[in-house]
Design a protein around this ligand. Sequence first.
Ligand code: ATP
Ligand code: MG
Length: 641
Amino acid sequence: MESEKGTLPMNEVYNPGMNVYSEIYRKSLEDPENFWAKQAEILTWYSKWNKILDDSKKPFYRWFVGGKLNVSYNAVDRHLEQHRRNKAAYIWVGENGEEKIVTYDGLYRRINNLAKALLNLGIKKGDRIVLYLPMIIEAPVAMLAAARIGAVFSFVFAGFGAGALAERINDSKAVLLITADGGFRNGKVVELKKIADEALEMTSTVRNVIVIKHARNDVNMVEDRDIWYHEIVGDSHTYVEPEHMDANDPLFILYTSGTTGKPKGAVHSTGGYSVWVASTLKWAFNPDEDDRWWCAADIGWITGHSYIVFAPLILGLTSIMYEGSITYPEPDRLWEIIEKYRVNILYTSPTAIRTLMKFGEKYPQRHDLSTLKVLGTVGEPINPAAWKWYYEIIGNSRCPIIDTYWQTETGGFMIAPQRGLGLPPLKPGSATFPLPGVDPAILDDAGKEVRTGEKGYIVFRRPWPGMLMTVNNDDERYVKTYFSKFPGYYYCGDYAVKDEDGYYWLLGRSDEVMNVSGHRLGTIEIEDAIVATGLAVEAAVFGKPDPVKGEAISAFVVPKDANADRHELISEIRKRIRADLGPIYVPDEIRIVKLLPKTRSGKIMRRVVKAVALNQIPGDLTTLEDSTSVDEIKSAIEAFK
Ligand code: ATP
Ligand code: MG
């Protein structure tokens, strides 16, 4: 794999010396007590903890025990005293080009006003609130207003339908829903309030619905239940004293993406989570005070929670926030925004990069991207071909790519190049090294550490401050999912390899690993080789039961050129895989499709491809982005019958 992917000579320009990293990393493992006591000063506490880590009820780890703080105070109030009153917290851009700049002072006023309105509605500390909102300023405002009064929020991505929303309201037993009349997507209005009304018919806990007027579509307001936001949130300066929360009071519940099965409600803490997200953003990206930071995810995902809302606000940064599609009105929307707002750091996903890559270089080339200095990615392993495009075309071979490996459950980055501590030479497709406090290992089925270069299951050998506290309402599922496969270790559910230089490579989900004639093959390696041909945009690989080999390799491929000759395409792909990876990796079948099933956060759902291809029932589809992808797979199979 190394010869194909190579190492980029970036040290001279960016690397202040890996020895800084090594030293800090070593300290974090050797003396965690002192390390975290010092690192926790990234926050302002009302009172300090009396214990850094309580591990007496393993695996229910508790951090900064006894510490008191409020996240909204840390995200906003304290900046007013630190000369950031008039600094932009958010530069908000609407799909139609509308723009709104909200300063830290403006954010403070909005949060206090909403917090007051919530108290007036009888919302108390510990109550659960569901947020079903588009990418508007009121989204971070609602999250922080909830945090200010100690209510636990659960954000449901606005792309989800009524069933998924109802399921999350029921699981969290929310008493209040905050939504909007509608949001904008590809020039159309998504009628959120209407979907919320449908969802509420399937739930019984919600007493009130607060509705934000945004898209100005007609909505039905239910008497005594529904309230307009602007009618209860005054425009004057109110002040709500922040609740003094315990470090281990829950801050929010967020459901995982549902790539592998039924989503799990990860419960995140107030203290440990906040220390973790602020620290990891600083370590990995090292933004400067004046940088414009753009995490182009949706707030409805953990990436948005941690790196659009909590970490950048705790650090006092200026963020770009964009409501709308990255290809609307044209596929240069991201590049246009970068040029117009002189963005310095862009953090996005492999799926976005692959999508934009498909449209070619002419779109980024229309824009001046010279303000960019760092690029980042998250969500899936990034195909080296997509990495190179991002590096060369978007970053003009100047910007390091911070490939961040982490999960909803981990709260923040776990493995990533760390610009703040000294960048290693980057290898396209590798997330490189663990963050301070992260202690990974790669195990075989028997729980033994594999040798360098061998593949296995990635685990974390010790807890870290940002880890989930439990699965909502289901301690048992928490223990079973994360701590039963290898007792004592946190099991990530991903497959990885560590190379001879100590770099970590993520090779996909461990339940998607194939066993082909006794060889354990990761799906990602083959997908990367397919994309590396330059003929395909993306691919989904899975194992099909085979009487001889155990499993046979099946690949569904989205070609770059929809009109390309299928037979030539398939034979070229086979040839390349044979050359790059070896004959055992060559797929037994390759099928050409127009699109692949993905989660709404853009991850390829191999389990759905596999189930449909094997004529099985594909399981939970509530997080599926577009159901036509399922028909697409079916017709590809039909075509070959
Ligand atoms: P579910 O757990 O419900 O199946 P999910 O795992 O997709 O959904 P997330 O928490 O959004 O939910 O995603 C975390 C997963 O995404 C990781 O376990 C890993 O498989 C993948 N991932 C995220 N970032 C990276 C990365 N940089 N490199 C490789 N894989 C990544
Ligand atoms: Mg997961």
